[in-house]
Structure formats: structure tokens, C-alpha cells
Design a protein around this ligand. Structure first.
Ligand code: PLP
Length: 219
């Protein structure tokens, strides 16, 4: 059983914290529903929330066609790394793709947009901590990738990052804010359950929150 009261209380607590942190440019809450049941997601949809993030194409295929049938105006973001062979499904199923990090992926996305005759919106994911195991474009490759996206007519609206674990995320968030300004982008996607307060303080436009909202993942 899911406890509806707990979920809606978490939601209110997070939205209040967001409103208190930023008075002028309010950030959006991307509800990260990976590993969460249709029942829990439906509770948020019934509450009026429309803004969700998932990280696996297979899971999106299982959960979202049904949910989209019963609720209009859902905006689904892909926030997990994307293999080139899944790109067409990603463009078909997701409104916004936040994980653009290499030229081969840009090529595949542009091709899928053309084939399906759909335009999507994108974030470039930055490996802001320069960690070998993490996805995201290296800082030194960002300018060239931004340029490449433009040459392929992908509509890049922002930057996304997952900062290194175990150290303060704030210097990384501050750097991301600087990069967002440098490229004149409207959006910035940073801050998760454990560090969204810091991301809000440094001017993110969107936080991506899973467990602090839904509880532990159960799928
Ligand atoms: C899972 C995930 C989140 C949410 O993580 P929580 O710690 O559950 O809030 C945010 N962003 C990305 C890219 C994720 O994969």
C-alpha cells in the first residue's frame, strides 16, 4: 500500500522549501519517478503535477503510454544515459532529453527528429566534476559540443549535471550557473534529494527529486 498522505506531505514540503529559497525566478520540480509505481505517480498526477523525470527507456515504455492516456499535458524528461540504439524511442516518448553529451548522440537525435518529424528540447549534460566513470561532456569539450548541437539544429535549452558525491556540491553548482550564463541558456537542471537546497541557492531553474518525494524506489 502507498500512503497518499505521506506522498502529498513530501510534495508540499519540497514545494514550500523551493518557494522560500527563491522569491523571483521560481524553479520547477521535476518529480523523478524512476523505480516508482504507477499508483504513486497517479497520486501526483491527480494532485495536478505534470512534470516528471525517468532514466530508462524500457521503464518509460512500460509506464508512460498508459499514464499519458489518462492525463493531458504531461512533460516527461529523460535524465538517464542514452544509448544510440534507443534514441528513436527516446525522441518518440520523451518531451525533453537532458543527457546530450557527445557528437554521435547529437547525430542520432537529429536523425530521429527528422525521421519522426518531431522537434524536442534538450539539455547538455556536463561532467562537472571531471569524473572518469560519469556521463556528461568534459568541461573542455562543452563549447565544441554546444556548437555541434547548433549545427544540427537541436534545440538546447539548458545544462544539466550530477556533481561528485561526498564533497560539497556548491562549487560545482556555481560553476554550472556561470556556464549557463556564458551560453545564454534559459534552463539549468541540478539538485537532487540530498542537495536541492544548495542548487536552489545557486539559482537552478529545475531540481530533480526522487526519493525525498516518493520514498525509496520499489521497482
Ligand atoms: C535518480 C536520479 C535523480 C533523483 O535522485 P534522488 O536522490 O532520488 O532524488 C536525479 N537525477 C538523476 C539524473 C537521477 O538519475
Amino acid at each position: 500500500m502507498i500512503d497518499k498522505d505521506i506522498l502529498l506531505k513530501n510534495y508540499t514540503t519540497i514545494v514550500d522549501a523551493m518557494n522560500n529559497a527563491q522569491d523571483k525566478h521560481k524553479a520547477c520540480l521535476l518529480a523523478v519517478s524512476k523505480g516508482q509505481s504507477i499508483e504513486k505517480i497517479s497520486l501526483l498526477l491527480a494532485h495536478g503535477h505534470r512534470f516528471f523525470g525517468e532514466n530508462r527507456i524500457q521503464e518509460i515504455q512500460k509506464k508512460w503510454p498508459e499514464l499519458r492516456q489518462s492525463h493531458a499535458n504531461i512533460e516527461l524528461h529523460l535524465i538517464g544515459s542514452l544509448q544510440t540504439n534507443k534514441v528513436e524511442d527516446a525522441v518518440a516518448l520523451c518531451d525533453v532529453i537532458e543527457v546530450v553529451d557527445r557528437e554521435s548522440l547529437v547525430d542520432a537525435l537529429a536523425k530521429a527528429e527528422h525521421k519522426l518529424n518531431i522537434k524536442r528540447q534538450y539539455y547538455v549534460q556536463v561532467n562537472v566534476g571531471e569524473e572518469t566513470q560519469k556521463s556528461g561532456v568534459a568541461l573542455q569539450g562543452l563549447a565544441s559540443l554546444m556548437h555541434y548541437c547548433q549545427s544540427k539544429q537541436l534545440q538546447v535549452i539548458g545544462l544539466m549535471c550530477i556533481p561528485p558525491e561526498g564533497v560539497s556540491p556548491s562549487p560545482y553548482f556555481a560553476l554550472m550557473k556561470k556556464l549557463q550564463r556564458h551560453y545564454g541558456l534559459p534552463k539549468l537542471s541540478m539538485g537532487m534529494s540530498s542537495d536541492f537546497a544548495q542548487a536552489l541557492a545557486l539559482g537552478t531553474s529545475q531540481v530533480r527529486i526522487g526519493t525525498a518525494l516518493f520514498g525509496e524506489r520499489d521497482l
